[in-house]
Design a protein around this ligand. Structure first.
Ligand code: 5GP
Ligand code: ZN
Length: 117
């Protein structure tokens, strides 16, 4: 998707603070961190949101979660972390390229990520 900001980050058109990359997954630090560790884990292939996960592409979501677990280990989040996928307008999704927020590095408040609607 040529007008998608995360596609541009993945293909290097927009710089990012990359923390992990493999065949299917790209992960980078959120530009507005809401926890000491705040990483976005995204599939390289454009999928708009959780609502667009299907039998054909669900392996990409699984790869993202596998990567999230790996990254959590390298970021020393052994005391816990949160994985969030805001989905659609009511949830505060602002970028319509599937992404999993990986948040940790401190005790997290009950609610985090996205503005209250
Ligand atoms: P959403 O609100 O869609 O769940 O999350 C989108 C996230 O992307 C937000 O936390 C926002 O800070 C982050 N973000 C938006 N644009 C950029 C960018 O250009 N670079 C980085 N690293 N993060 C971004
Ligand atoms: Zn995209």
């Amino acid at each position: 998707m040529s007008d998608c900001i995360f596609c541009k980050i993945i293909n290097g058109e927009i710089p990012s603070d990359k923390v992990y990359e493999d065949e299917h997954v790209y992960a980078f630090r959120d530009i507005e961190p809401q926890a000491p560790v705040h990483i976005l884990v995204v599939p390289k292939e454009h999928v708009a949101s959780v609502a667009d996960i299907s039998a054909e592409n669900s392996h990409l979501a699984a790869k993202c979660l596998e990567a999230a677990a790996k990254i959590a280990r390298t970021e020393n989040l052994s005391s816990g972390y949160r994985v969030i996928a805001n989905t659609g307008r009511d949830a505060g999704q602002t970028v319509f390229h599937l992404h999993f927020h990986l948040l940790g590095g401190a005790e997290l408040p009950a609610m985090i990520v996205g503005d209250a609607v």
